[in-house]
Design a protein around this ligand. Sequence first.
Ligand code: AMP
Length: 412
Amino acid sequence: MTQQKSPSQVSVNTTAILVINCGSSSVKFSLIRPLTGETLLSGLAECLLSSTARITIKQGEEKQSYKLTAPFNHQAALTVLVEHLRQLNLVQYISAIGHRVVHGGEHYSEPRLITEVVEQAIAQLAKLAPLHNPANLIGIKSCQQAFADLPQVAVFDTAFHQSMPEKAYLYGLPYSLYKEHGIRRYGFHGTSHYFVAKQAAKYLNKPLEQCNLISAHLGNGCSVTVIKNGKSVDTSMGMTPGEGVMMGTRCGDIDAGILFHLVDNLGYAINDVDKLVNKESGLLGVSGLSNDCRTLEKAMLEDNHVQATLALTVFCYRIAKSIASYSASLTQLDGLIFTGGIGENSSWVRTEIVKQLGLLNFSLDEDKNQATRFGASANIATKNARAIWVIATNEEWVIAEQSALLLKNLAK
Ligand code: AMP
């Protein structure tokens, strides 16, 4: 058996972390220098477990795609990746693998070196994240085979929200359900909210611990987080990513009574309800057209598509309401952050949300707003209004940075 590198053999300064984000039929990967965020290589293996499985590897401007061979699985994808890394002489720079793990429950508020115990905990938490944690474990197991000599680190999407107080994470359900079964709010997109909050702290020129922010991660999944003195104190997603604001295909908050009505009176089986609220609702469900914000904006602006307009209007109102509700969590507020594919790119969505937040002294400078696409910008608020930033998220960099830091600390 190959001997695993000990943390003390890992040099943070000269090496790179391979960041793996494993889904049930996909693997996203990036090779990142933790100190600078420089991406040496990135890519995606998709359609895994089907004969159309393929992998695309990007290095700089160059992109190469390969069809995968049987058994078309995660292991097959990693074998191609390892071979590619070897050919490019990049394997020698990889000091560790950092895994995005979706659910860390209450056990994990920090990244962890993956051991058997940690793996068992991730497996147990699969009951709270049945779609995600088993896929993350497949990624971990495949990497253990492909990179047997490298340490593996788990970075949890829930970790940043472990600072939420009881009043924010408890549901109005019998307390025993929380105590005995872990039914509580956990929150997700933690690495993204943390990354953009850190960037906003740089704009504010003060330590994150002194910053009070609201961060709206608007992508295909959407969540809003309120950050007090640098820590998450509430967030819109709950025990699962289904709670909160409306999303691409998820409905977000609804009256639980609707679920009983669907089953009792409209002939839905419980699996149909699951599919309905997670895959057929949100922007897609209301518009009847698409879950893709770009498609809906085009239909609204160019074709006057009534349902597309309605979907985007409901979407923005629900996000504005969520942002406004967080005035209950703060006594001071430095500013609002937009991130994620929609938050970074859709000036229309930003305008529609911010125009409903006048009471909180938010107001957009439309010229700056229109000019802001593809991420980073300075403050796009009008003079004298509260700050609003558009910040490109970089979850992979956080995972690389936190993995390297953990290994450095373990080596001390
Ligand atoms: P993400 O899940 O963060 O990759 O975000 C995906 C969402 O971002 C989709 O709804 C896209 O339509 C949306 N998006 C990406 N680029 C744009 C754009 N230029 N304008 C509006 N929405 C965009």
